[in-house]
Design a protein around this ligand. Structure first.
Ligand SMILES: C[S@@+](CC[C@H](N)C(=O)[O-])C[C@H]1O[C@@H](n2cnc3c(N)ncnc32)[C@H](O)[C@@H]1O
Length: 235
């Protein structure tokens, strides 16, 4: 099993926060101190948003940050998981359940839309990006973050798996966005996953594939593995 865009698998994966929280905890910035969230937040602030939509908001941490950094902007966070909407609302963020493929907003409602690590899960990617384009006003900005084919590839191969190739990645994301946006800019970041011990690496793998966790050869001490993440800014 891999973490792709099968609707039932995606719903099970995010029925609660346990798996996402385990995965998020291992990520560290690039060696020069940049994070994908920082790069995305700078692009968002540069667009001077007044009405912003986040799709696939997860636990709401990034929406909460955006409220603090853009205090005059009205922000709506959405996710298809009711549990994640509940967690996001508990942070004081206006949040509601919504599927990116069928957004419950009129045309041209927002000047910025944000999608952090979620487009690889959407059953019909073109339909999801078309919905983003529809709810964005003309000239609005879409910021999307995703991972590349090399993301944690070394760890996956050591555990007997394969690199995770998705429908929206460092390699193919610009082409997917170019079908709906005239101008697409991409920033690639060499992120790093740090595991304090073998058990923590197994716990990470088990969040999406128990058999990979069972197959990871033992190691002593901590380990660092390379990530590959991209931030797209489309207009
Ligand atoms: C990898 S998590 C990322 C969460 C958050 N953006 C973050 O960066 O931590 C993917 C999120 O997208 C949501 N999601 C998946 N498919 C979706 C869809 N079709 N419409 C809306 N949300 C979706 C999941 O419920 C989950 O919260």
């Amino acid at each position: 099993m891999t973490l792709g865009n099968d609707p039932q698998m995606v719903r099970e994966q995010y029925a609660d926060e346990s798996r996402l929280t385990t995965r998020s905890s291992v990520w560290r910035p690039t060696v020069d101190g940049r994070t994908p969230q920082d790069v995305a937040a700078v692009a968002i602030a540069a667009a001077r948003p007044t009405h912003l939509l986040e799709v696939g908001c997860g636990t709401g941490a990034f929406a909460e940050r955006l409220i603090a950094e853009n205090p005059t902007c009205s922000i709506v966070a959405t996710d298809q998981s009711a549990r994640f909407v509940e967690l996001t609302a508990a942070r004081g963020v206006h949040a509601q359940v919504a599927d990116i493929m069928d957004l419950p907003f009129p045309d041209a409602s927002f000047d910025v839309v944000v999608a952090m690590w979620m487009l690889y899960h959407v059953p019909d990617l073109d339909r999801g990006v078309a919905e983003v384009r529809r709810v964005l006003r003309p000239g609005g900005t879409f910021v999307a973050v995703t991972n590349g084919d090399d993301h944690l590839a070394e760890l996956l191969i050591e555990a007997g798996g394969q690199p995770l190739v998705t429908q929206f990645s460092t390699e193919n994301g610009a082409a997917a966005l170019s079908r709906h946006f005239d101008d697409v800019h991409q920033t690639d970041l060499a992120t790093r996953a740090v595991f304090p011990d073998h058990a923590s690496a197994c716990a990470y793998l088990a969040t999406f594939d128990e058999s990979l966790a069972a197959n990871l050869p033992p190691f002593e001490g901590d380990r660092e593995y390379a990530g590959a993440t991209s931030v797209f800014v489309a207009r």
